[in-house]
Design a protein around this ligand. Structure first.
Ligand code: ZN
Length: 199
């Protein structure tokens, strides 16, 4: 008999990350219409990619896929794959030093709502509702922003915003103009008004 052990399950290949400067990170992603096998496979590859990069959350555009879905690594109880997520209610405020796998090395303290009530579709195709606070609440808001082409640096103000802008402009020097929406995050004021948060 051969003594080579059979693999217990097929190896799930991680996907390459997309970084700041990649226009896919500025796309507003259309809702998913059907939860099918391809979506299940993508969610598995995203979970592996997130784990490999020591992330706590990952949205599909961060691996170049225009699918309205993100994954997270928090809370044993909460479903880890959220499709077509929507914040239906939010409350309080919470400060947290936020970072992003697509913007390595930059962390800024950011105020966002502390508690969010979210509706989404799970990877089994069923509707789900989550009440999340602290880190899970933060990850959900950060990843949902990705699905609307918004990066956490867009939500900074004052000196932190200037610092981030200079740092990111240097990273993409020669590839983007100074007024490129990638740098200026033009769509943010609209969202700020919608959420009524003073960021
Ligand atoms: Zn991110």
């Amino acid at each position: 008999m051969a003594d080579v052990a059979e693999p217990v399950e097929a190896l799930i290949e991680p996907l390459p990350l997309r970084f700041f400067g990649d226009q896919v990170l500025r796309r507003v992603i259309a809702p998913v219409e059907d939860v099918d096998g391809a979506l299940v496979e993508l969610s598995e590859r995203m979970l592996v990619t997130m784990e490999q990069n020591n992330g706590v959350g990952l949205a599909a555009p961060q691996v170049g896929r225009t699918v309205r879905m993100f994954v997270h690594a928090l809370g044993d109880e909460a479903p880890q794959v959220l499709i077509n997520p929507e914040i239906v209610h939010f409350d309080d405020e919470w400060v947290y030093s936020e970072g992003c796998l697509s913007i390595p090395g930059l962390y800024y303290e950011l105020v966002r709502p502390g508690t969010v009530h979210v509706k989404a579709i799970g990877i089994d195709g069923r509707e789900l509702e989550i009440e999340a606070d602290e880190l899970l609440g933060r990850v959900i808001q950060h990843e949902l922003d990705h699905l609307d082409g918004i990066l956490f640096v867009d939500r900074l103000s004052g000196e932190a915003r200037q610092h981030a802008h200079l740092e990111l402009a240097a990273r993409v020097a020669g590839t983007l103009g100074a007024n490129d929406p990638m740098l200026t995050g033009k769509n943010i004021p609209v969202l700020r008004r919608k959420l009524k948060i003073g960021l």
